[in-house]
Design a protein around this ligand. Structure first.
Ligand SMILES: Nc1nc2c(c(=O)[nH]1)N[C@H]1C(S)=C(S)[C@@H](COP(=O)(O)O)O[C@H]1N2
Ligand SMILES: [Mo]
Length: 319
């Protein structure tokens, strides 16, 4: 999101100079370790070498959208995962560097039963469901993704939040040796996101372990990520290692980087523009740059299920 432009304008025309410079530095940083763009191109990206392991016993959810799915190829090759670089194509090239096993997630803070979960425990904690959700990025594009996971509430119930817990903070793994973007001051690493406890408990909020019936590809946040379908994509932290319950609103990476542009709530809202572009419409990835844009829907189309969470809030103020 540091590339502050609508995605359908060629970067050469509009990319701010600072971003160009950062990108050059990024290539230098990765190049110095033999991981530069040239080499990465010479070697096939992991996502093309084969698909992930199939997940067994995945039920279909009635909460899925019926819209046509974005292709596996687009979902895995058009990514925001700044730990692997700021270009949409960087994560598919670089994310194989991340070792996703062994992996644990510490669940801590204001809970009665804090616990460290192994990824294999998380895979079995609740029945896996396929949930087809729209994903709306703050950059005014969208996709339709068949996620696999289960409601985050299943995990939250196990740890028993205390009455004082009002927010949940999600922290991505900090591993600069495997995540070249973390060697650069792109964001305050590790990536941190957060939700209010009632948002985290909402049945639409997923603890996500897969897509297209398979384990999550690294570039989509393996081995475990959050998916909050009514909020802009940046609220859904990838490759998380910590879930912490707090009394006060967490300090999140994007909100710290640019508080006037990326609010804590970040609910998809066509009537509240980003300071530098409209949020009224979106481009659906895979339809081509010249396809007609779609109208962005309030709460990304999930208003019936989630509007009540914000009944007394001014969504212009709490954007
Ligand atoms: N750790 C981490 N999580 C992240 C991001 C990131 O850069 N780092 N990008 C966010 C943004 S802006 C979006 S749109 C979604 C993209 O998810 P996808 O690549 O699986 O479509 O991931 C979100 N989660
Ligand atoms: Mo995004």
């Amino acid at each position: 999101m540091l590339i502050k432009r609508p995605s359908d304008i060629p970067p050469s025309e509009i990319t701010p100079k600072g971003v160009y410079l950062r990108r050059r530095e990024f290539l230098k940083a990765t190049g110095a370790l033999g991981l530069g763009a040239g080499l990465a191109l010479a070697r096939p990206a992991r996502a093309e070498e084969g698909r992930g392991a199939k997940l067994a016993e995945v039920r279909k959810s009635p909460l899925s959208t019926m819209e046509p799915l974005t292709s596996y190829k687009d979902i895995t090759h058009y990514n925001n995962f700044y730990e692997f670089g700021t270009d949409k194509s960087d994560p598919a090239q670089q994310a194989h560097l991340l070792r996703t096993r062994p992996w644990t997630v510490a669940v801590e803070g204001l809970v009665r039963r804090p616990r460290v979960y192994d990824i294999d425990e998380l895979l079995k904690l609740a029945p896996l469901e396929e949930r087809i959700y729209r994903l709306r990025c703050v950059e005014a594009w969208s996709m339709v993704v068949p996620w696999v996971g289960y409601p985050l509430s299943a995990l939250i119930r196990q740890v028993e939040p205390l009455g004082s817990a009002k927010f949940v903070e999600f922290t991505t793994v900090l591993r600069p040796s495997e995540m070249p973007g973390q060697r650069l001051p792109i964001l305050a690493w590790p990536y941190v996101e957060g939700l209010r406890l009632d948002e985290a408990m909402h049945p639409l909020t997923l603890l996500c372990l897969g897509l297209y019936g398979e384990v999550l590809p690294n570039q989509n946040g393996a081995p475990v990520r959050i998916v909050v379908p009514w909020k802009y994509g940046f609220k859904s932290g990838k490759s998380i290692v910590k879930i912490r319950f707090t009394e006060f609103q967490p300090r999140t990476s994007w909100n710290l980087a640019a508080p006037h542009e990326y609010g804590f709530y970040a609910n998809v809202n066509p009537t509240v523009d980003h300071p530098r572009w409209s949020q009224a419409k979106e481009r659906r990835i895979g339809e081509g740059l010249f396809a007609r844009k779609r109208d962005t829907l309030m709460f990304n189309g999930y208003a019936d299920q989630v509007a009540h969470l914000y009944a007394d809030m001014d969504l212009r103020k709490h954007f």
